[in-house]
Design a protein around this ligand. Structure first.
Ligand code: 13P
Ligand code: SF4
Length: 304
């Protein structure tokens, strides 16, 4: 089959299966093109919970499809490539978290959505990079154990100084590579460009940004800003929507290393196979799902 034939088959199967296809902003262009919704972790988790379709094809990584299943157990959630995981999510296990909770019994556990269902189930509340500041501000207690991203934790600590944030040592393998040297080079090359950075990046890079935000917030900022040039400090998949929404503006990547190999695993063919063979279905132990849902619900119930 050529790509047009695959696209046609996907659309037919989508109708037959009563399915929606959702894609994260980091997916490859042709997967974003075929999707019904493109968004950040927060948008997609809300959308999946509200959708009335029977099947969700989640073009993203494992924890995202898992979050969709936690929120919508009655739906069939498919992840086209079963080994599309998130190394950061694997940097905290439930056993390690239990030990840390014993060490900090007074702390509220805030868990970034980039985590397993088991870790969510062991946490008090979830957050995404869109709402981490508001989530932490909404907590009465001073001590917060923030898992698993040390860089998001450090950004939140800077923005909410009244809290004592205890960071976990995890990180995103893609954003963690960004350096001050990358910033120095692009500032020299593109003096009139604004620097937009994702908070999964190291503190010294975040401190140099003109704007810090989630993928959705970066896309919104670039559209509203009067600037014509931007340097983007997040995964390269975001360039698809930035360029599509702003044909009159120019976008440069902060580093050519900004690629998440796991986000790039889903292809048109794997989306077709997912719908054709109804694979790979995400299932979660019911006790864990119910507890993990409480942490996600607390996040969704915060007024943003
Ligand atoms: P957001 O789209 O929520 O900014 O998430 C970034 C990310 O790394 C997802 O894996
Ligand atoms: Fe995980 Fe980073 Fe890839 Fe997002 S970009 S899925 S945080 S490794």
């Amino acid at each position: 089959m050529n790509k047009n034939e695959i696209r046609k088959k996907i659309l037919e199967l989508k109708e037959q299966r009563d399915a929606i296809i959702v894609a994260h902003n980091y997916q490859i262009d042709e997967v974003q093109e075929i999707s019904d919704v493109i968004g950040d972790s927060l948008t997609l988790s809300k959308y999946c919970a509200e959708s009335t379709k029977k099947v969700i094809v989640f073009c993203g990584v494992h924890f995202m499809a898992e979050s969709a299943k936690i929120l919508s157990p009655e739906k069939t959630v498919l992840l086209p490539e079963i080994d599309a995981g998130c190394p950061m999510a694997d940097m905290v296990t439930v056993e390690e978290l239990r030990k840390a909770k014993k060490k900090h019994p007074e702390a509220v556990v805030v868990c970034y959505i980039n985590s397993s269902a088991e870790v969510k189930a062991e946490s008090d509340i979830c957050c995404t990079s869109s709402n981490a500041i508001q989530v932490v501000k909404s907590i009465k207690e001073k001590d917060i154990l923030f898992v698993p991203d040390q860089h998001l934790a450090s950004y939140v600590a800077k923005m909410v100084p009244e809290k004592n944030i205890i960071p976990w040592p995890g990180y995103c393998i893609t954003h963690h590579r960004l350096t001050l040297e990358d910033v120095r080079k692009v500032r020299e090359l593109h003096k009139d460009a604004e620097l937009l950075i994702h908070p999964e990046s190291p503190k010294e890079v975040v401190d140099k940004a003109d704007f810090v935000g989630s993928t959705k917030q970066i896309i919104e900022y670039a559209s509203k800003s009067k600037s014509k040039k931007f340097v983007i400090g997040t995964e390269m998949g975001i360039m698809y929507k930035l360029k599509k929404d702003n044909p009159d503006k120019t976008f440069y990547l902060l580093s050519q290393g900004l690629i998440c190999p796991n986000m790039k695993k889903n292809t048109l063919m794997s989306v077709y196979n997912a719908l054709n063979e109804m694979k790979y279905e995400i299932n979660i132990d019911e006790n864990i799902r119910v507890k993990a849902k409480e942490a996600l619900d607390r996040m969704h119930n915060i007024q943003l």
